[in-house]
Ligand binder design. Structure first.
Ligand SMILES: Cc1cc2nc3c(=O)[nH]c(=O)nc-3n(C[C@H](O)[C@H](O)[C@H](O)COP(=O)(O)O)c2cc1C
Length: 260
C-alpha cells in the first residue's frame, strides 16, 4: 500500500532536514574552532620567525618558539611586561573592543584603522650573551582594498630593519599584492626607519630607489601600479613607529640599553 504524501508531511520533512543540517553546521563549527585557532597561531608564529630571519627548516616549530620572549606593551606609556600565555591575548579582537582600545582622531589615524588597542604584544630574541638582537612588532593598516596585517623586525638599535612581512591582505595580485614578493621584501633588510631626531622616516619610491642618493637608506622601491597600497604601507609604518604606536615603547627600549 502506498503511503499518502501530504503537504504537511513534505513540509515536516523539509523542516527536519533543514534543522538537522543547521545543527550539523553549528556542531562542526564549534568542534573545528580550536583547530582553526591552533592553525592561526601556528601561521602567526611562522611569520614572526620569518620576519626576523629566524625560521629554520627541519626544526620543530615548538623548539624554535622557545627563543621568543613575548611582552605586552602599554602603547600609551611604552611600559612592558613579560607574559606567560601570550596566546590568550587577541590583538585583533582588542583593537575592535571599545573597552580595550582607544578611538583615533582623523589626524592620528593615518593608518586607517579607526581604533588602536591599549595593549599590544611584542616579541624579543636574544643572542648568546643574552643581549636583545631582534624586536618584532605587529603592524596593520589600510591599503587600497584591505587592511594589511604584518610584522616588522628591528635590530636592538630600534632603527635598523631586519625584515617586514605581511601575512594577510586582499590587495590585487600582481599590483598591491606584490607586497608578498620575496624580491620586494628583501629590500627592507638593513634599511633605517627613524631619522636623527627619532621621527619615523621611510619612503616607497616610485620608479625605484636611486642607490647613490644619501636618502636611500630610508627608501625602498614602490610596488608598481599600486600608489594607494604604497601610501598605505608608508602610513601604517609611520603610525606604528610613531607616538601613537610603538614610539614610546621603542624609546624605552633605547633608554634601557643592556638592562632589557
Ligand atoms: C582591477 C584593478 C586592481 C587594482 N589594484 C590595486 C592595488 O592592489 N593597489 C593599488 O594601489 N592600486 C590598484 N589599482 C590601481 C589604482 O586603482 C590606481 O590606479 C593606482 O593606484 C595608480 O597607481 P600608479 O600611479 O602607481 O600606476 C588597481 C586597479 C584596477 C583596475
Amino acid at each position: 500500500m502506498r503511503a499518502r504524501v501530504t503537504t504537511r508531511k513534505v513540509l515536516f520533512i523539509a523542516l527536519l532536514v533543514s534543522l538537522l543540517s543547521s545543527a550539523m553546521v553549528t556542531i562542526s563549527t564549534i568542534l573545528l574552532r580550536p583547530v582553526q585557532e591552533a592553525n592561526r597561531q601556528h601561521y602567526m608564529h611562522l611569520n614572526i620567525l620569518k620576519v626576523a630571519g629566524l625560521l629554520q627548516k627541519g626544526v620543530a616549530l615548538e623548539a624554535q618558539l622557545q627563543q621568543l620572549e613575548t611582552y605586552l606593551v602599554d602603547l600609551n606609556s611604552g611600559e612592558f611586561r613579560e607574559v606567560e600565555n601570550p596566546e590568550t591575548y587577541d590583538l585583533r579582537k582588542a583593537s575592535k573592543d571599545p573597552e580595550k582600545s582607544i578611538l583615533l582622531s582623523p589626524t592620528q589615524d593615518i593608518a586607517g584603522i579607526k581604533r588602536r588597542a591599549i595593549y599590544a604584544p611584542v616579541y624579543l630574541t636574544r643572542d648568546d650573551n643574552n643581549r636583545v638582537n631582534s624586536i618584532i612588532l605587529p603592524i596593520h593598516g589600510y591599503g587600497l582594498w584591505s587592511t594589511l596585517y604584518g610584522f616588522i623586525a628591528l635590530q636592538d638599535d630600534t632603527a635598523t630593519v631586519i625584515g617586514v612581512r605581511f601575512y594577510e591582505h586582499a590587495e590585487t595580485p600582481g599590483l598591491g599584492g606584490e607586497v608578498d614578493s620575496v624580491r620586494w621584501l628583501k629590500q627592507w633588510n638593513g634599511k633605517k626607519i627613524f631619522d636623527s631626531r627619532w621621527q619615523p622616516k621611510i619612503q616607497l619610491v616610485k620608479g625605484g630607489v636611486d642607490h647613490d642618493d644619501p636618502g636611500a637608506i630610508y627608501q625602498v622601491d614602490a610596488l608598481s601600479g599600486a600608489t594607494l597600497t604604497n601610501r598605505g604601507i608608508e602610513n601604517l609604518l609611520k603610525f606604528w613607529l610613531g607616538d601613537d604606536g610603538f614610539g614610546p615603547f621603542l624609546a624605552r627600549v633605547r633608554s634601557s640599553g643592556d638592562r632589557l
